[in-house]
Design a protein. Sequence first.
Length: 69
Amino acid sequence: MTLEEYRRSIGWSKSELARQAGLDYNTANRALKGELISARTANAIAVALSKALNQTVLVSQIEGLNVSY
C-alpha cells in the first residue's frame, strides 16, 4: 500500500499526516510525492501509521517511499 493509500484509508488530510508524524507539511508532501526523504522521516511516518491503525507498519511496507539511508 502506498503512503497516499494509507493516508486516505485512515481519513487524514495531508496536514494531519504531517502533524501525526511530527513533520512539517512540505516534508510530508515530499514523501507523498515519492521524493527523497530521510530514514528518520520514513520512520516517523511508519510510527504514526502504526499508531493510527493499531498495528505495526514497517517502512518497507509503505510502497513508493524513496528513502535515503
